[in-house]
Ligand binder design. Structure first.
Ligand code: ZN
Length: 144
């Protein structure tokens, strides 16, 4: 058998080995654990901030909490951001944190249903289902 073919065979066998699959699954689990930790830290450091935009109605800061929101158009990743719950069309100065470099599913899972004001089409795009995923209580593990 030519060396080239033998090499391919060996690779295929390796990938088919149970331990190789286990290793891959473990690496994936560690990666998603790291993602969850990162997003959890992000959540913990932002969930309690209050919007300080000056609001004429109450002659003081807006006071809205940050929630996950979405722009009307763009790609799914670019649409999501953390924004003030009291933001209204065209107002500027409210809380705004882009989520471009975040993991959208981890963000939704951690911020939870009540603090994710995200349209269905984005959820469908992400293949994210509230019924199957966490419902918003941070019962997911805390990093040790
Ligand atoms: Zn605000």
């Amino acid at each position: 058998m030519p060396d080239e073919h033998r090499h391919h065979l060996e690779v295929d066998e390796m990938e088919g080995h149970p331990w190789a699959r286990l290793l891959a699954a473990q690496e994936q689990a560690e990666e998603s654990r790291d993602t969850m930790q990162t997003e959890l830290v992000f959540y913990m450091s932002n969930k309690d901030i209050l919007c300080d935009r000056y609001c004429t109605a109450n002659n003081g800061p807006c006071g809205g909490r940050p929630v996950v929101r979405a722009f009307k158009s763009g790609s799914t990743w670019e649409r999501l951001f953390i924004g003030c719950e009291r933001y209204r069309h065209r107002e500027t100065g409210h809380i705004f944190i882009p989520l471009r470099n975040h993991d959208p599913k981890a963000v939704l899972k951690i911020w939870g249903k009540t603090r994710s004001w995200v349209p269905e089409d984005i959820l469908a795009d992400l293949d994210f289902d509230w019924d199957e995923e966490n419902d918003g209580t941070i019962s997911i593990f805390f990093p040790s």
